[in-house]
Design a protein around this ligand. Sequence first.
Ligand SMILES: NC(=O)C1=CN([C@@H]2O[C@H](COP(=O)(O)OP(=O)(O)OC[C@H]3O[C@@H](n4cnc5c(N)ncnc54)[C@H](OP(=O)(O)O)[C@@H]3O)[C@@H](O)[C@H]2O)C=CC1
Ligand SMILES: O=C(O)C1=N[C@H](C(=O)O)C[C@H](O)C1
Length: 259
Amino acid sequence: MTKVLIAGFTGAMGQKAVRLVQESDGYELVAGLAVGITSKDPEDYDLPAGVAIYGDLNEIQTDADIWIDFTLPSAVYANTKFAIEHGIHPVIGTTGLTDDQVSELQDLASAKHLGGLIAPNFGMSAVLLMKFAKEAAKYFPDVEIIEMHHDNKADAPSGTALSTAKLIDEVRPEHEQGNPDETESLSGVRGGDYHGIHIHAVRLPGYVAHEQVLFGGPGEALTIRQDSFDRQSFMTGVKVAMDHVLDLKELVVGLENLL
Ligand SMILES: NC(=O)C1=CN([C@@H]2O[C@H](COP(=O)(O)OP(=O)(O)OC[C@H]3O[C@@H](n4cnc5c(N)ncnc54)[C@H](OP(=O)(O)O)[C@@H]3O)[C@@H](O)[C@H]2O)C=CC1
Ligand SMILES: O=C(O)C1=N[C@H](C(=O)O)C[C@H](O)C1
């Protein structure tokens, strides 16, 4: 049995992950972490008696093999560090890690000879969108990104939108986009700017997770769009990660590297 701890087990994604682990042969949920809990009785969360419930990182004593994390941008660095330091393979879905933090965690994982995965998006449609957008950017250097999410989302831009921009930036020919004399009469109206790529973040009830990458060229346009209508869309990727993470030799970024 591969033992799994879920950080953020009471949240929207954590609850889906709990069900996934419970329904997957060969895996056992051994612990859950969430900071706002009022009870440590697993039965209060419809979990079996043996599942340890923690409300603080420093309380954790576990023999878990895998640490699945769907928490908050403010918590994910400390959580991932804790997992690596305790020999637990991290599967990190939480967004918001900076490039420097990812590098530090990769160095720590290498030093501990521990594999893991950080994936800004576990959905197949989003992974493919990023791949196609990177390809298209070689031919269409004029590009903007619109990401749309539920209005409970803590961070902006989404991790997926930022990753898309980074991938495009790797291949996009050196390029000045738009009118250099442009002004904003309403602050922020042109969105965020990642190396000249504008990112627009929409937050509305009813939405789950969606992204459009818009490319424009002389007399033509290309739009690539993905939609996660249900958080179940992320669980295929989480299962792929669970199945492969014990064999990884380093802390890998991006689900595409496991497919
Ligand atoms: N990679 C991917 O494919 C996806 C990633 N995400 C990302 O996952 C993260 C969680 O999203 P979502 O489930 O919607 O968020 P929720 O707000 O629904 O859940 C957050 C969970 O984290 C817990 N939590 C908060 N602070 C801490 C902490 N310091 N330590 C441990 N647990 C904590 C919360 O517990 P409590 O309520 O008790 O505070 C809650 O259980 C976000 O960063 C989101 O962007 C989301 C979807 C897909
Ligand atoms: O908060 C969410 O919901 C999501 N977060 C991830 C992100 O920031 O990219 C993945 C997906 O977009 C859903």
